[in-house]
Each structure stands twice: as C-alpha cells, then as structure tokens.
Design a protein around this ligand. Structure first.
Ligand SMILES: Cc1cc2nc3c(=O)[nH]c(=O)nc-3n(C[C@H](O)[C@H](O)[C@H](O)COP(=O)(O)O)c2cc1C
Length: 182
C-alpha cells in the first residue's frame, strides 16, 4: 500500500519521553514527545523535535534546560492529560497527579514516576520543516535500579517502555531478544 509522505512516522514505532522544563518564574511544564533520538556518545548529545508553538520550546529558549523523563506503560493512561494544551504556567505534572523530584544538574524537575531521566542543557537548535530540532548536552543521567540489568541494559520486561505509533495508538509489552553479534 502506498501512503502520502507525511504518514511516514506511523511506520516508525518510537519511545515516548516526557520532557520537563521550567518557566522564568519557576513553574514546571511537562509534555510527551516521541520524535526523539540519541545523537552522540562523546559528547553525550540527545535530540527531539518540537513544534515551535509548544510551551516546552518557549521555556527551553528562555533558560536552556530540560529533563527527558523516560516513561513506561504505567503512564500510558496519563498521555492525554500530559498532551493537553493548558494555559502557559499551568503545570501538567500537577494535572496528571505525578510527583516532581529535584534534578541533579538542571533547574527543571524530573518526574519521580519515570523509569529513567536524562538531564540536558541546550546545545543547539535548528528549524527543520514545521518543527524545531532541539539538541541537548547530557549533564546527568539516572535509571531506577529495578529496571537496570547487571549487563548494563534496560530490562524491557520489567520497565515496560511506552512507545508511540500515532494518535491514540501505542505499543507496549516488549520482549527482550538477544541476537549473536559477528
Ligand atoms: C505520545 C505523544 C507523543 C508526542 N510527540 C510529540 C513530538 O515529538 N513533538 C511535538 O512537537 N509534539 C508531540 N506531541 C504533542 C505534545 O506533547 C502536545 O502538543 C503538548 O501539549 C505540548 O505541550 P507544551 O505546550 O506544554 O510543550 C506528542 C504527544 C503525545 C501524546
């Protein structure tokens, strides 16, 4: 079946993160993102694509800091709350009943219920099409012990990562597979 060009993201199932930022007056903001990717190991760089109208971008442009909260299936039901366009400086974290936790290296809080967090400082941004590609330099990273395997990888069966297909469609309940390397 042939699709129109703009349908292509539906073919790429993507991990969901909730990006937390903070306004000039210190009010936190949270929003889900799935157009996101690791970019570089050294220096550690992370990127995501943000609609320029989003409060997330306004906050990052103003103070250059954000936290990428990696979330699981347990937060799936909250996506519709977190993606609601509340007035600026109305905290989605409160609306969703989530818990703020102090981050280590940046001012925006992280979300306690997330399985992992990546604290970033704005490195660079570029307007690409109808979005802004925001690149962050990773300043601190953490993961909950219970979802981290001794081999140094996420235990997907415990963590139950939440992935986005499109709109209300998500992919959950992954199984780990190990394939031989050359
Ligand atoms: C699962 C999911 C993934 C999303 N991914 C993106 C994304 O990658 N980029 C984007 O600009 N908006 C994305 N959105 C929409 C924003 O989260 C939504 O518009 C939100 O209200 C923006 O909030 P803000 O204005 O507080 O920043 C996504 C929404 C959901 C539910």
């Amino acid at each position: 079946m042939e699709l129109e060009g703009k349908a292509y993201p539906k073919l790429l199932v993507r991990p969901v993160v909730v990006v937390t930022t903070i306004s000039e007056r210190g009010v936190p903001n949270a929003a889900p993102f799935s157009f996101n990717s690791p970019i570089s190991f050294e220096p550690a760089l992370y990127g995501f694509s943000c609609n320029p109208a989003h409060d997330t971008w306004k906050n990052i442009r103003e103070n250059g800091e954000f936290v990428v909260n990696v979330v699981g299936k347990d937060l799936g039901e909250l996506m519709h709350v977190l993606e609601t366009d509340y007035p600026y400086e109305e905290s989605e974290i409160e609306h969703a009943g989530l818990t703020e936790e102090k981050a280590k290296a940046v001012k925006p809080p992280r979300i306690k219920e997330a399985m992992a967090w990546i604290e970033c400082k704005l490195e660079k941004y570029v307007e690409l099409g109808d979005h802004i590609w925001i690149t962050g330099r990773v300043l601190a990273v953490g993961v909950k012990d219970e979802v981290w395997k001794k081999e140094g990888v996420i235990d997907v069966e415990k963590a139950k990562p939440l992935c986005h297909i499109a709109g209300e469609f998500f992919a959950v309940d992954m199984k780990e597979a190990k394939y031989k390397r050359a």
